[in-house]
Design a protein around this ligand. Structure first.
Ligand code: A2P
Length: 395
């Protein structure tokens, strides 16, 4: 029979099109079109550099093939093909040998992050990739409100998009993709992902709309496009994306949420979901939210109105006049005992979303907190990660 190849593939149903793998690949073996991100079998040398940075685990897929799938074939896929039946005893042995080789490499690649992300056990089944940039859903802008004070240096917007008759199911923690229209001939603008800040039943209950929390970035083609939209404008939306950073459905789940700036978007969705679906739930919600000042903290007013029975809030500010700078990790250290009590509970989930820079600080705070409360953070994290209870989305 023909020689066999273990082909590296990306699962289009899980991939969130963040292109981190493409940016990481040292030999440019990964590419994308409007629909999919794919690996060129003629180039891939199994270095595994792309595996650990992938936030979803969609990168970690393999098929034993007699003839490799071309990138053009992969561009067409809505889902991965099944393993073809090779019908030859030799393939078993070769598969095993290659599996071992790949799993050794993967073990190495995952050692930094502790394995690929897994969705919480009680999360609902997400719909993924129903719409692509070439076949988008069309949403109508219902509102665009500035969340930060008019005179604050950051412009963060609450944008409401209505899908009308179009089915666009979304779960708390999922993202959508937006491509701003091009206004020149120099090629297509890249897709940008935005985490949805409304719960699954809509910004307004059962109104088939969603909310986004968008910060205007200097020179940001997509953020400026979104922040400038007005009521009645039409937007092309792809997605939904994301199959692991999801809210647990179990009302007994404790959820520790740590964020900065617009990283708060999924946590607004989580909190609103709990408020609507299980307001008296036994599970605790705890939020550590960092911003420069109250004027620059999205949803400062509405957040403050939420009862502390629903949400334990820690709004933390780094640039208050006459106050020392405080980061989320500082406040976590101050509440180490409460956090560790939750970490000892198998029903506790942790989500981190926002600035990449915060990740190390939060890690250090958790390590120290655990050390003082008879826990080992690396073990706790590994256990939480492998049971779908630890999730990070930073940028
Ligand atoms: P600061 O920029 O004052 O140092 P931004 O407004 O840029 O989105 O940032 C949100 C918040 O995150 C700000 O309060 C910012 O503080 C803070 N921040 C910046 N770097 C870190 C970090 N390494 N760890 C935690 N918070 C951070």
């Amino acid at each position: 029979m023909d020689s066999l190849l273990k082909q590296h593939l990306i699962d289009p149903e899980i991939c969130i099109r963040c292109y981190t793998c493409e940016e990481t690949c040292p030999i440019d073996a990964i590419t994308h079109n409007d629909d999919n991100v794919v690996v060129d079998a003629d180039k891939c040398n199994y270095c595994m550099d792309c595996i650990a940075p992938c936030p979803t685990g969609s990168i970690d897929n393999w098929r034993l093939v007699t003839k490799s799938y071309s990138i053009e074939q992969q561009f067409e896929w809505q889902e991965l093909p099944d393993q073809e039946d090779l019908g030859d005893a030799d393939s078993g042995a070769l598969n095993e040998a290659l599996d071992k080789e790949i799993s050794d490499l993967l073990e190495h690649a995952h050692s930094g992050t502790g394995g690929k992300p897994i969705a919480p056990e009680s999360a609902a089944q997400p719909s993924i990739n129903l719409y692509s940039t070439s076949k988008p859903a069309i949403a109508t802008v219902q509102g665009n409100y500035r969340l930060t004070d008019e005179d604050a240096p950051t412009d963060v917007r609450h944008l409401i998009l209505n899908f009308g008759e179009t089915v666009f199911p979304i779960l708390e923690g999922q993202s959508i993709g937006v491509v701003p229209p091009t206004n020149n001939t120099s090629g297509a603008n890249p897709i940008r992902l935005y985490s949805v800040s409304s719960p699954r039943d809509g910004e307004k209950q059962n109104a088939n709309n969603i909310a986004l929390t968008v910060k205007r970035e200097e020179h940001g083609a997509c953020s400026n496009y979104l922040c400038n939209l007005t009521k009645g404008d039409l937007v092309e939306v792809s997605g939904p994306f994301g199959g692991t950073f999801l809210m647990p459905n179990d009302p007994n789940s404790n959820i520790i949420m740590i964020c900065t700036g617009t990283g708060s978007a999924p946590f607004r969705a989580f909190t609103e979901r709990r408020r609507r679906a299980a307001p008296g739930a036994p599970g605790k919600l705890m939020l550590f939210f960092g911003a420069r000042t109250p004027a620059e903290l999205p949803y400062f007013g509405p957040l403050n109105k939420l009862s502390s029975d629903l949400l334990e809030k820690h709004l933390v500010f780094s640039r208050l006049e006459n106050e020392p700078k405080e980061y989320v990790q500082d406040r976590m250290t101050a509440h180490a005992e409460a956090i560790c009590t939750l970490l000892k509970n198998e029903k506790t989930h942790m989500y981190i979303c926002g600035l990449k820079g915060m990740e190390q600080g939060v890690e250090d705070a958790l390590e120290e907190a655990c050390f003082h409360h008879s826990l080992t953070w690396s073990d706790v994290k590994q256990n939480m990660r492998s049971s779908g209870r630890y999730h990070v989305e930073t940028y």
